[in-house]
Write a protein that binds this ligand. Structure first.
Ligand code: ASP
Length: 324
């Protein structure tokens, strides 16, 4: 067979194979990689939607935790996965801060991925160990200013939401503290509960139940309005620090090169999952809400992602924290 005939045949095969593949997809288990430890805030979001997406896709959707290096190890795994829709990434605002924070990465932080849809915006809470002496936010910041490097602030590494919020706090206070990185804020929470770290800024999907149980102290939420799930916790604006404002949006990504019909199928399954009664009610208990259908789409996701990269770049450059 000549080379030309062979490539014509290959092109013809690709044209019929793509829709057929999408029709058949998925025929086996789909894996959602969470780039942080199990039992943390992003894991909580992923497990809820995985179950509901699995029902719509007619296949099991499993969550695999690939934590470390602020979420870049898990993202790298998906960037290099086969683009067939069986390995996807659930990541958060870190996808918008990592392109600025890391001057060198083993993958292309934007071009390696195809957005599928936005999942949920999660507020953050400023919390401290249960026996912390500060009775309110003002006392907490006075304590941080006094103790400086003696303050142990937990986070999930450079690129994590907890790092972004902690960096903002230090920048606004002009007070560097000691940061203690973990593979996720799930393990960091264990240390906070044990009193081995002092303070953390973490997502409500990890903190709401601990706050309500009185296992940690909460000082502020980082969004403009108080949360129904935590009505007694004031906003950062109420306590005089309106610039400590951050919402941790989550999105689902496939490796770049995943066929468009497969992306569309995943996006539809995500939209169905976000209307699922169990997902909606559990999200509400955890202080978050599912994104509406029109935002759980590749286009809305890409637009938000690009806007967030542009929004955070100058802020992070001013805070001057980089990884090489
Ligand atoms: N989302 C991370 C986790 O699930 C924590 C973080 O970003 O701060 O552990």
């Amino acid at each position: 067979m000549t080379l030309i005939r062979r490539s014509l045949l290959a092109a013809a095969f690709a044209a019929v194979a793509a829709p057929a593949m999408a029709q058949a997809y998925p025929t086996r288990t789909v894996t959602i990689i969470v780039p942080f430890a199990a039992g943390g805030p992003t894991d909580a979001v992923a497990r809820l939607i995985a179950e509901a997406m699995g029902r719509d896709l007619g296949q099991t959707v499993v969550v695999e935790n690939v934590g470390g290096a602020g979420g870049t190890i898990g993202a790298d795994r998906v960037a290099k996965a086969r683009p067939d829709g069986y390995t996807v990434l659930l990541h958060h605002i870190g996808m918008a801060t990592i392109p600025t924070l890391y001057r060198r990465l083993p993958y292309e932080p934007v071009n390696a991925f195809a957005p599928i849809g936005l999942v949920s915006p999660v507020p953050m809470t400023v919390i401290a160990r249960k026996d912390h002496p500060a009775a309110n936010f003002q006392e907490l910041i006075a304590w941080i200013r006094e103790k400086k490097e003696d303050v142990n602030l937990g986070n999930a590494g450079l690129g994590a939401a907890s790092q972004l919020c902690g960096t903002l706090l230090q920048f606004l206070l002009q007070t560097p503290v000691t940061t203690v990185p973990f593979r996720g804020t799930g393990p960091a929470m264990t240390e906070l509960l044990g009193g081995r770290i002092d303070v953390m800024c973490d997502q409500t999907t990890n903190t709401t139940e601990q706050i309500r149980a009185g296992a940690v102290k909460a000082y502020a939420v980082t969004v403009p309005s108080r949360l129904a799930a935590l009505p007694d916790v004031p906003t950062t604006a109420e306590v005089g620090m309106p610039d400590l404002a951050v919402t941790i949006w989550h999105g689902l990504y496939a490796p770049r090169g995943t066929p468009a019909p497969v992306i569309e199928r995943l996006s539809r399954a995500l939209q169905v999952a976000l209307r699922d009664d169990k997902v909606v009610s559990r999200f509400a208990e955890l202080g978050t809400t599912p994104e509406p259908q029109e935002r759980a789409t590749p286009d809305a996701h890409r637009a938000h992602w690009m806007a967030e990269i542009a929004k955070w770049r100058p802020v992070l450059q001013a805070a001057n924290q980089f990884a090489d």
